[in-house]
Design a protein. Structure first.
Length: 341
C-alpha cells in the first residue's frame, strides 16, 4: 500500500509527525507547509518533500491522501476544513481545536466531504494503558471509585517567550490545561467514560503569559466515580505524570504510561507492575523525540481509511476533552460547578 502524506506545520511536533510517518513502510511525505519557514525547510529536506509557501498551493499538491496538522491549536479547524474541502483525510495534533464550536465545524466539514478525521492522542496506544482499558471495560477491576491525576511538568520561560502563539488565548486556547493537561483529560475520558460535572481553578502562578500555567479540578464521572486533577508548567524540574485509580477490587498506579504498582484484593492474570519507569521527556521539554506513539496513531488512521472503520480517536472523541477543558475554564471564571457540553 502506498500512501502520500502532507505535513502542515513547521514546529517541533510537525518534525515528529514527519519522522513517525517516514518509519512506516509504503508511506511517502510529499508536501510540507509551515509558517516557520526555516523549520519547514528542514522537514521538507528530511522527507524529500516539496515545500510550499502558502496553504492554498500546499493543498493543491497531488498525490496527497492525508494531511498531518501540527500548526498552532487555534488554526486546527480552519486548516482541517480547508483540507477536507480538497478531499484530503485529516489527522490533527491535539487538541482538535480550542473551542467546541470550531471542533463541530471541522467534524461537519469532514463528514460532508466524506473524509476521515482523527486526532493525535498517542497515549491511547501505550501497551500498559491499552491493557488497562481492556480490564476496566471488562469489569475485571470492579467499579471505579476514585481517580487522582497529576501532571506537574515544567516549561522554562523561553518556551513561551520565543513563541508567537504559545501562552495566548487566540492560538493556544489556554495553557497547562489546554496544551499539556489535555492528554490526561483524554485518557481519563477514554478509560472511565463521560464526566458529568467539573469544578476548577486556573491561575497564572509563575510565567508571564495570558493563560494559566497551573490548574486544579475535581470531577464527577457519569459512572459514579469521583476524581481530582492537577496540571502545571511551573513545577521545576518537571515530574512524571501519575494517575492513581482505586476500584472496588483495589488500587492501580500508572506512572509515565506504565503500570507502576498494583494493590488488588485478588490477582488479575497477566497484570503486573513494571520494574522501572521510563524517562518521560514531556516532563520538562516540548520536544518529542520518541515516535512510536505517533507512528501507531498514523498506522491506525491509515487502516481506518483502508477498511472504512473509525480511527482510534475520531473527531467526536477528540471533541470530548475540549468540552471538559472548556468547562474547567468556565468553572474557574464563575466559581460554579459546570457541566461539560
Amino acid at each position: 500500500m502506498s500512501v502520500s502524506i502532507g505535513i502542515l506545520g513547521g514546529g517541533n511536533i510537525s518534525l515528529t509527525h514527519a519522522r513517525a510517518a517516514l518509519e512506516i513502510d509504503g508511506i511517502k511525505v510529499t508536501a510540507v507547509h509551515g509558517q516557520n519557514v526555516e523549520k519547514s525547510k528542514k522537514i521538507a529536506a528530511l522527507a524529500g518533500a516539496s515545500l510550499y509557501p502558502n496553504l492554498d498551493s500546499f493543498l493543491e499538491h497531488r498525490p496527497m491522501e492525508i494531511v498531518l496538522i501540527g500548526s498552532p491549536s487555534g488554526l486546527h479547524a480552519e486548516q482541517g476544513i480547508a483540507a477536507a474541502r480538497h478531499g484530503i483525510n485529516v489527522l490533527v495534533e491535539k487538541p482538535i481545536d480550542i473551542t467546541t464550536a470550531n471542533a463541530d465545524a471541522l467534524i461537519e466539514a469532514c463528514r460532508d466531504a466524506d473524509v476521515k478525521l482523527g486526532v493525535f492522542f498517542q497515549d491511547r496506544t501505550a501497551p500498559d494503558i491499552v491493557k488497562l482499558k481492556k480490564l476496566i471495560s471488562s469489569g475485571e477491576l470492579g467499579r471505579p471509585l476514585l481517580i487522582s491525576a497529576s501532571v506537574r511538568w515544567y516549561r522554562p520561560t523561553d518556551y513561551y517567550k520565543n513563541s508567537r502563539w504559545r501562552g495566548t488565548w487566540a492560538l493556544d486556547g489556554g495553557g497547562a490545561l489546554m496544551n499539556q493537561g489535555i492528554h490526561t483529560i483524554d485518557l481519563l475520558l477514554w478509560l472511565f467514560g463521560a464526566i458529568s460535572w467539573v469544578s476548577g481553578k486556573a491561575i497564572t502562578a509563575y510565567h508571564n503569559i495570558e493563560v494559566e500555567d497551573t490548574v486544579v479540578a475535581t470531577f464527577e464521572f457519569a459512572n459514579g466515580a469521583v476524581g481530582n486533577f492537577e496540571a502545571s508548567t511551573c513545577s521545576f524540574p518537571g515530574f512524571s505524570r501519575r494517575i492513581e485509580m482505586s476500584f472496588s477490587s483495589g488500587t492501580i498506579v500508572l506512572q509515565d504510561d506504565q503500570i507502576r504498582s498494583l494493590d488488588l484484593k485478588s490477582p488479575v492474570p497477566g497484570l503486573v507492575a513494571s520494574e522501572s519507569v521510563s524517562d518521560n521527556e514531556r516532563n520538562a521539554t516540548a520536544v518529542v523525540s520518541r515516535t512510536d506513539g505517533h507512528r501507531k496513531v498514523i498506522e491506525n488512521f491509515i487502516q481506518a481509511i483502508s477498511d472504512g472503520g473509525e480511527p482510534l480517536c475520531d473527531g467526536r472523541e477528540g471533541r470530548k476533552s475540549v468540552e471538559v477543558v472548556s468547562a474547567i475554564y468556565e468553572s474557574s471564571r464563575s466559581g460554579w460547578r459546570v457541566r461539560p457540553v
